[in-house]
Structure formats: structure tokens, C-alpha cells
Design a protein around this ligand. Structure first.
Ligand code: CDP
Length: 213
């Protein structure tokens, strides 16, 4: 079974994805980390984030066993990721790995922006996790502060507005609710109730898969 989770930044899709993967014993992939790593490689070598051929090379040379590097979760890498993620050849280069990952047994959970629309359009479970921009900005602000990044809520809000816009209007794989996806709005819901709603969707899909044999 494949569980595809999409949604904007800091909507809670990563937390939900990890909890679902743990609950069902599935493999979990945070696809945003792939784009963050491409951005990190470019910045490390002092290259421009909009240099398409160097970005493609960084994607081609990506070590898919990503290092457990807290720097990848930084604000700078989030912003860098959203720039390289708009480059079509970078996305195309990373698609095969994500599709191959999605086929791992006994099942997988992938979260990103185009999992239900492009990477795994036939996933048995598609979720779109969202929340108001203010709530998302507050959550991201808290996460960054816990990692001791010096940042204000207003700066985080600006980042998210810019990234939402960039993700929504880019020519390739813009963020959309996939056909058939269940929308989970986490603005006022705590993680337990979001998890409960997601589990209901997964259980219904498992029952259907069982009926189909
Ligand atoms: O947690 P947050 O959404 O801030 O970060 P992320 O999921 O690591 O994604 C960082 C950036 O990568 C996003 O702003 C997207 O532009 C891009 N991304 C994407 O385009 N497609 C994906 N499947 C995952 C991330």
C-alpha cells in the first residue's frame, strides 16, 4: 500500500507521515529532504540556486541515503529547496527514486507536493494536509526556535507566503489537491485527531484492498 501525503509547508504532513508509517510498519520518505539536499549542495560550493545545469548535476549525484544533518532542516535550506524544486529537470531527475521507493514492501508513506498528483497517482490513500498560513507560520517559528535559529514570526510568515506562492504557480508540479484526496485541515485540530482521521481513510482503503484480494 502507498500512502501519498501532500500539502503546504508546516501543515503537519511530516508529523502525520511519520506516525502513519510507524503505526503500519511502512517505510517513510520525506521528499522535501531531497530538494533540500540539492539546494544544500549548490550553496556549499557557492553556486547559484537558479543555475539549472549545476542543479541537475547535484540531483544526479545525490546520495539517496541522506545524512541525518540538522542543517537540512534549517530555514535557509527550506528556502533553497523551494527554488531548486521549481527547476523541471531537477524534479524529473528525482522522480524515479521516489517512484521506486514507493514500491517498497510492506508499504510506504511519502510526503511532498506532487506525490498524489504525479509520483504515485494510483496510491490507495491520498491525503492533502493543510492549515491556515498563520498557524503554519507559528508552528514553523517554534520548530526553528527549538533548533536555536534566530528568527522572528514575521520573517517566517514572509518565507511561507513566498514559498506557497512559488509552489502554487510553478510550471512543473504545482501544489494541487490530487483527485480523490481527502483534505485534512489541521488549523484547529491536534495531531491525535488528525491521526485518527487519517487512520479512518487508511483502514477504509485496506478493507477495499482486502475485498479486491
Ligand atoms: O516542511 P516544509 O514544507 O517547509 O519543507 P519541505 O517539505 O522539506 O519542502 C521544501 C520545499 O521543497 C518546498 O517549499 C517545495 O518547494 C519543495 N518540495 C517540492 O517541490 N516537492 C516535494 N515533493 C517536496 C518539497
Amino acid at each position: 500500500m502507498i500512502i501519498a501525503i501532500d500539502g503546504p509547508s508546516a501543515s503537519g504532513k511530516g508529523t502525520l507521515g511519520r506516525l502513519l508509517a510507524f503505526r503500519y510498519g511502512f517505510h517513510y520518505l520525506d521528499t522535501g529532504l531531497l530538494y533540500r539536499r540539492v539546494g544544500q549542495k549548490l550553496l556549499c560550493f557557492g553556486h547559484s540556486l537558479t543555475d539549472e545545469s549545476l542543479a541537475l548535476r547535484a540531483a544526479q549525484e545525490l546520495d539517496f541515503v541522506l545524512p541525518d544533518d540538522p542543517a537540512l532542516r534549517s530555514r535557509e535550506m527550506g528556502n533553497a529547496a523551494s527554488i531548486v524544486a521549481a527547476i523541471p529537470c531537477v524534479r524529473a531527475e528525482l522522480n524515479d527514486f521516489q517512484r521506486l521507493f514507493s514500491l517498497r514492501k510492506p508499504g510506504t508513506v511519502l510526503d511532498g507536493r506532487d506525490i498524489g498528483t504525479l509520483i504515485c497517482p494510483d496510491a490507495s490513500v491520498k491525503l492533502f494536509v493543510t492549515a491556515s498560513i498563520k498557524v503554519r507560520a507559528f508552528r514553523r517559528f517554534q520548530e526553528l526556535r527549538e533548533r536555536e535559529e534566530e528568527v522572528t514570526q514575521d520573517v517566517v510568515l514572509d518565507d511561507l507566503e513566498r514559498r506557497d506562492q512559488c509552489d502554487a504557480v510553478r510550471a512543473v508540479s504545482p501544489l494541487r489537491v490530487a483527485p480523490g484526496a481527502t483534505v485534512l485541515d489541521t488549523t484547529t485540530a491536534d495531531i491525535d485527531s488528525v491521526l485518527d482521521s487519517a487512520v479512518c481513510v487508511v483502514e477504509a482503503a485496506l478493507a477495499l484492498d482486502g475485498l479486491r484480494g
